[in-house]
Structure formats: structure tokens, C-alpha cells
Design a protein around this ligand. Sequence first.
Ligand code: UD1
Ligand code: UDP
Length: 368
Amino acid sequence: MKKVMLVFGTRPEAIKMAPVVKELNSRENIQTIVCVTGQHREMLDQVLNVFEIKPDYDLSIMKEKQTLFEVTENILKKIKEVLEIERPNLVLVHGDTSTTFVTALACYYMQIDVGHVEAGLRTHNIYSPFPEEFNRQAVGVIAKYHFAPTEQAKQNLMSEGKRAESIFVTGNTVIDALKKTIHTAYTHSVLEWAEGSRLILLTAHRRENLGDPLKNIFKAIRHIVEEFEDIKVVYPIHMNPEIRKIAKEIFGNHKRIRVIEPLDVLDFHNFMAHSFLILTDSGGIQEEAPSLGKPVLVLRNTTERPEGISAGTLKLVGVNEGDIFDAFKLLLNDKDEYEKMSQANNPYGDGRASVRIREVIEKNLFHF
Ligand code: UD1
Ligand code: UDP
């Protein structure tokens, strides 16, 4: 029997690790241990509930308006004890959050092997996204196994000198999750409210967008809503109080903009499927939208998801008010432009990424 511990702490990590937890749990030769850092609380718990995952450990570190110092310090201190108790043969981390980086660092200090799920995404600018680009590069230095979602991600790792034998192209586990959540008969009171209008789905939360960029984004959207009477915006807002304050200031109580609490992932995926257009600075949503054929305006200056740009679904529009306004307006007015971006074209695999990850783990832990 070998022990594999999965550590995650935020909403997107939980969504993308849930299929891996399920897959490993189905094996008798592996003891699967789940440790959540609780970097997020409500938004993490929503995912744990949907996928019915009961963590073995919960470090419960979240504090309101937490700084990167607090998150880093608190996880590092608390994860040490869990690793000492369990001494896993392998720890799996996901992506690029502080939970991911700090867990990998703790494993390095204790010389425990690390597998990095969703490895190899790069912008090559450590301040964009901040601090995610640094986090994933640093985990890349520590990890023994790199589970790359695409060939492009593998190439990024190879060009940093990682050995080909340590990189496995698996697809993205988000597609595994997406396959289980979309229901054709889905309905919701907010979707009923939006019926008869073009539904615009908005999310925004990146640390580097807090402040003026977020104000620019919201102002551009408000102007568009005022110009186009046939659109309605739904914004499941992140729980960060700084974001809520700016949203309230700029959107107020506009009758065609609904700011709602974060949706659980089942609801969110179905909202995506019902939307006309998505505006977001999220990473995960950039990966989900191409499968659903939903055009996305990416509210950032850089993206580590060039596959979605090549697929035609994503357009990087930055955080300048005028640029967002122009790109948004074009898609509302120009049918051809819209059609070009709304072809379903999924570059992230066949929904079996978690199976491939499990196979690699078994092969390496048991030397099959
Ligand atoms: C984190 C990740 C980011 C990821 C994002 C996904 C880091 C540094 N950032 O950013 O990579 O894209 O999660 O959403 O790892 N809060 C709550 N309840 C929750 C979640 C958050 O109240 O369930 C509030 C708290 O006040 C918290 C703040 O949001 O202090 C920020 O949370 P934090 O995890 O530090 O940063 P995110 O911006 O969510
Ligand atoms: N998501 C969700 N509810 C919401 C908004 C997003 O479940 O109200 C899901 C979305 O489908 C995607 C993930 O959360 O799978 C993205 O998380 P987020 O944007 O917070 O983080 P990022 O991907 O940018 O790290």
C-alpha cells in the first residue's frame, strides 16, 4: 500500500483535483489522503459539497483580506505537522496558488516527492499573473512528476530543462469535471430573469486587477449595458471584500446587472452553457469556455492559456476601459466576429486526465 496525499485550498484547485481524488479513491492499492489548507473557506466548501469530498485534514487558515505573507506563513507552519504524521510517498498539488507553492516548499524541506497537476503553464512574467507565475515556476523546480495539460505546456517545461521522462501530457482535469456538471434541462431563477436577453457572465478576482484595473473593467461593462438594452449581466462575485466594494460603487443597483453570491460549480458551468458571452480574468474559465463554444473576453494583459486563443474562443483584451468597451461592443454588433469565436473547440483533452495521472502514479510508485 502506498500513500498519496492531495493538498489544495482554493475553489479552482478543488474543482480540478476532485476528479483525481475520485480516481485515486477507486484504487485499493493506494491510500488517498486529502488535506485542504482552507485558503478559501465558503468557496472551497461549495466544491467539497458538490463532489462529496470529506477532507482528512483541514488547516483552516483563511482570514479576511489575507496577505500573501499570512497565507504563506500559516500554511507552512501547519502543513509540516500533517506531513510528519502521514509521511506520504507522494504529494499532489495543483496549478499555481499559494497553497500549491507553500505545500511544495514544505515537501521539499522534508524531501517528500511532489507531483504537479496542471504543470507547465507560463507567461514568463513573474508579475502577471501575480503571484501565480512565480508559484508555478517554483513548483516546477521542486516537482518530480509534471502532469502537463497540453503539448504546449510540455514544451514550456522542456525549454526550462525538465527531463522529458518526468513530463506527462494528460489533458486538463477540468474537462473531467465539466463532463459531469452540464445538464440540458438545467434551470435557475437568475436564468429565468435573463430570459429574452443576451446573457453576459462576468467574473473578476485577480490580485493584480484589484484597484484601478477592476474599476476600468466595471465601468466599461456599465457603459455597454447602458448602450445595449437587450443584454443582462450576471456577476457571481468573488468573496474578497475589496472586490465587493468596487462592484457596489460602480454597478450600484443597475436593473440589468445582477451581482450574486458565488455559484457552486454545477450552477456555474450551466450558467456558462446558457450565456451569450463571458468576461473574465479567471484562469479556469478560459479552459472551460472552448469546450462549450462560448466566446471569452479575457480581462488581463497576459494569458498562460494560448491554446484557447488559437482555438479562437478567447480574446485577450487587457484592463483598459476603452479597449474592453470596443471589444465587447464588436461582439455584440458583429455576427461574423461572434460566430468565429463561438465554435466549440476543446484543446484540453478528452475528460480522462485523472485516469492518466493515476496510471502514471501507479506505474512509478509500484514500478509496474
Ligand atoms: C486565490 C489564488 C488565485 C486563484 C483564486 C481563485 C493565491 C495567491 N491566489 O486568490 O491564484 O486564482 O484564489 O479564486 O493563491 N474570501 C472569503 N471566502 C472564500 C474565499 C475568499 O471570504 O471562500 C476572501 C477573504 O477575505 C480572503 C480574500 O477573499 O482573504 C482573498 O482570498 P485569497 O485566497 O487570498 O486570494 P484570491 O484572490 O481568492
Ligand atoms: N466557478 C464557480 N462558481 C463561480 C465562478 C467560477 O464554480 O461563481 C468555477 C469555474 O467554473 C472554474 C473555477 O471556478 O472552474 C475558476 O475559479 P476562479 O476563477 O476563482 O480561479 P482561477 O481559475 O482564476 O484560478
